[in-house]
Write a protein that binds this ligand. Structure first.
Ligand code: GLN
Length: 523
């Protein structure tokens, strides 16, 4: 290995906060950092398939611009954002000018958005080079990224396992050191569950605190864009860039964000009441997940937190309610993909060329099975004869879940649970069993139904399979800062125990790639 390789390898393993310091101190240039990540993508993404599109030219141009501003000094250099020059990857559900946006679907293959999502505008304003667009389950429907029309993403901890979903691409990119930061979207867990199974940090902000303008809508009352990172502080830094009011999103909260970065830096749990949600652990959770969860509780207790148990009895109905509300909203949101206005158009092979038949042929060819399943489910739940029985009942459950949260937050400042019931499962294992797939989100869905924020952070490796386990923290709406305060403490306690970040224990993908190449050459 050459000296330059060694330093590039060190660079890609730094956190965004560390990179930002090095950039500002002039120890590295933004072009060096961006190039190191692009090289890493070239070296390992053939194995991981985290990226659907790599945006090398533009990313390097933005980096060069940051370097030029910094070199010139003066007011413009002073005004550079703290994360200027720190690269990022964007889930391909979020629209971007100058790069394709596919939503993981054939129906949008080759489509380019004429506008940027608000969060993307904010990344550009901060001059963060966008490395590319990451893989996802088609239209964000799934928990394994296997429903992507462009092939599954693989888990960097074990390439035969799923990276979670729907945002498996963003989580795997960050876990495989192909990006220091990424954006995800979370409708029922798509940021947090991939975070859990890849050993990364993922945050679903309070509903309305990050603009959804330009995130292709799945279920508008549940969707939220949020950070995917390797550290809690990095999530706070990124959340601060993308968050805050946006007049273009009618559900955007008017008030400014609290200082999330300060919260992550002044973590303290002394005297804090942390509530274990009785219904979200124990039976149905893998033993190794439960063990790491208990370890985390022990550490928090030692650090001065008071652990209490809370009960949220209606959470048992949350998954069922979600799978009525989410498909109902999706069936309406996806009606715009009709072969007329966007992307793919397939003409019927024979017979009359009516608009209905063009639409039918386009949707039959353009949508995958899971998307079709949910459109049918949603249309059915919303149909006149069944509306009250299904959609109406689900909305009532949603209110009950919100009330459970209110009662729980009267007893505890934050709530805690495992993020997902199991570690990463083998590719293909649940692909033909939608119900088994849906169960992965049993612990993450309640937060979406209630609009409260959630953070998942690595809790260690399960004893039985050596794979990452996620710990989820939940706070009341608008109290995202609390998640960072507690998350940062738990992270530092855990890392002290492990002797460094959990991802340092992940297999070395670049070495594996080099080895495969060598054996192939030797043959
Ligand atoms: N896995 C869940 C689903 O398939 C959540 C998806 C998401 O959060 N986008 O609906």
């Amino acid at each position: 290995m050459t000296e330059q390789n060694t330093s590039a390898d060190t660079l890609i393993r730094l956190s965004a906060a560390q990179l930002s310091e090095k950039l500002r101190a002039g120890e590295v240039t933004a072009v060096e950092v961006t190039q190191a990540y692009l090289d890493r993508i070239a070296a390992v993404d053939g194995q991981v398939n985290a990226f659907l599109h790599v945006n090398a030219g533009e990313a390097l141009a933005v980096a060069a611009e940051v370097d030029a501003i910094r070199a010139a000094g003066g007011a413009e250099a002073e005004a550079l954002h703290q994360l200027a020059g720190v690269p990022i990857a964007v889930k391909d559900l979020i629209v971007t000018i100058g790069q394709p946006t596919t939503a993981g679907s054939k129906i949008l293959e080759g489509w380019h958005s004429p506008y940027d999502a608000t969060v993307v505008e904010r990344l550009r304003a901060a001059k963060m080079p966008i490395l590319g667009k990451t893989n996802l389950d088609e239209f964000a429907m799934g928990s394994s990224t296997e429903h992507s029309a462009y092939g599954p993403t693989r888990n960097p901890w074990d390439l035969d396992r799923i990276p979670g979903g729907s945002g498996g691409g963003s989580a795997a990119a960050v876990a495989a050191f192909e990006a220091p930061l990424a954006l995800g979207t979370d409708t029922g867990g798509s940021i947090r569950q991939p975070g859990a199974v890849t050993g990364t940090v993922g945050v679903k902000p309070t509903y309305g605190s990050v603009s959804r303008y330009g995130a292709i809508a799945m279920a508008s009352s549940l969707d939220q864009i949020g950070p995917v990172t390797r550290t809690v502080l990095d999530s706070a830094l990124l959340h601060q860039v993308i968050g805050g009011h946006d007049p273009r999103d009618s559900t955007s909260l008017p008030e400014p964000l609290e200082d999330l970065v300060a919260a992550a830096k002044t973590g303290n749990v002394e005297g804090l009441r942390i509530g274990i949600i009785k219904e979200l652990h124990g039976e149905g959770y893998q033993a190794g997940v439960e063990n790491r969860f208990n370890d985390a509780l022990e550490l928090l207790k030692e650090a001065g937190a008071e652990i209490v148990e809370v009960s949220c009895p209606n959470f048992q109905y949350a998954l069922g309610a979600y799978y009525l509300i989410m498909p109902s909203e999706a069936s309406s949101n996806l009606a715009k993909f009709d072969g007329v206005r966007y992307g793919l158009r397939v003409l019927p092979e024979d017979g009359p060329m009516t608009i209905e038949r063009v639409m039918g042929a386009t949707r039959a060819a353009g949508f995958g099975d899971e998307v079709k399943r949910r459109i049918i489910l949603g249309t059915y739940a919303l149909s006149a004869g069944y509306y009250d029985a299904y959609y109406g009942s689900a909305q009532k459950v949603r209110t009950l879940v919100q009330r459970d949260f209110e009662a729980a937050f009267a007893q505890a400042d934050v709530l805690i649970s495992p993020t997902a019931p199991t570690t990463a499962f083998p590719l293909g294992e649940k692909l033909d069993d939608p119900l088994a797939m849906y169960l992965n989100d049993v612990a993450t869905i309640p937060a979406n139904l209630a609009g409260v924020p959630g953070l998942s952070l690595p809790g260690g490796l399960a004893d039985e399979d050596g794979l990452p386990v996620g710990i989820q923290l939940l706070a009341p709406a608008r109290e995202d800062a609390r998640l960072y305060r507690v998350g940062a403490v738990l992270e530092s306690l855990l890392e002290a125990k492990w002797g460094g970040p959990l991802l340092a224990q992940a297999p070395d993908l670049a070495a594996a790639a080099a080895e495969t190449l060598e054996t192939q050459e030797a043959k």
